[in-house]
Each structure stands twice: as C-alpha cells, then as structure tokens.
Design a protein. Structure first.
Length: 133
C-alpha cells in the first residue's frame, strides 16, 4: 500500500506522475513489486478503495540534500545548468510543472525542513487504474 494525495492520484492516473519521494528509514517497496495505491488508508473510518496499482521500477537513496543543489544553482555557474535541468525533469516526474511547485507540495506534506533531508526516490509504472484494481 502506498498513500498519495488526491491531486497526485489524478496525476498518476493521467500518466504525469511516475516518481515519488519518501522519508522512510528503510525502503518499504522492492523493485518489481506491485502495490495498491490509496488516497486514504483502507482501514480508516469509512474504508477506502485503491485508485490504482503500480509496479516499482527503481528505489534509490538520495543523499544530496536539495539545499546543497539549490545553493550550487544560485552560483550561476554554467556547469550547474545540468542540475537545473535535472530538478525540472524530476519535478515533472513527480507530477508538477516546476521544481518550485514540487518543493512547495513536498514541504506541505512533510514539513519545511524535509526538502533538505535525504529520502528514497521511488520510480513506478501504472499497471492498473481504479476500475481495473
């Protein structure tokens, strides 16, 4: 089971979100495993139905805090333009139009300091939508 917000559920179903970042102490998913996705825990009052099933493609530990990357970008050095492209690409994989939008949503869910903490980067593919779960 993996929990997502409603907007992220819509992005997954539309094919815009293929990556999620999680602040787990150790990975809770394995490459190749299939997980049901929910917007509320199924055991919560009133229950919940999965909106999708996803297969895990990769699980990577991201050590470099975003604060460090942002500081390097702020230096205006041409070499770091690749990092800017990477942040924009990752924001799109997360289902957002810009890194700023992603960062704002991530901090809203996990707290302001979370954007600078290491996390698990989980890439997935949609294998079944709400009506097919």
């Amino acid at each position: 089971m993996i929990l997502f917000t409603e907007p992220m559920a819509e992005a997954i179903l539309a094919g815009r979100k293929t990556v999620t970042r999680r602040r787990w102490k150790k990975p809770r998913v394995k490459v190749g495993s299939i997980h049901q996705c929910y917007t509320r825990p199924p055991f919560a009052k009133g229950g919940a139905e999965p909106f999708a099933r996803v297969r895990i493609v990769s699980v990577e530990w991201e050590l470099r805090p975003m604060r460090e990357i942002r500081a390097l970008l702020g230096m205006g050095v041409a070499w770091y333009k690749g990092q800017l492209t990477k942040l924009a690409t990752e924001a799109r994989r997360e289902g957002f139009d810009s890194y700023e939008d992603f960062a704002s949503a991530y901090m809203g869910i996990n707290g302001a300091a979370a954007i600078d903490d290491p996390c698990w980067r989980v890439e997935f593919v949609l294998v079944g939508a709400r009506d097919e779960t």
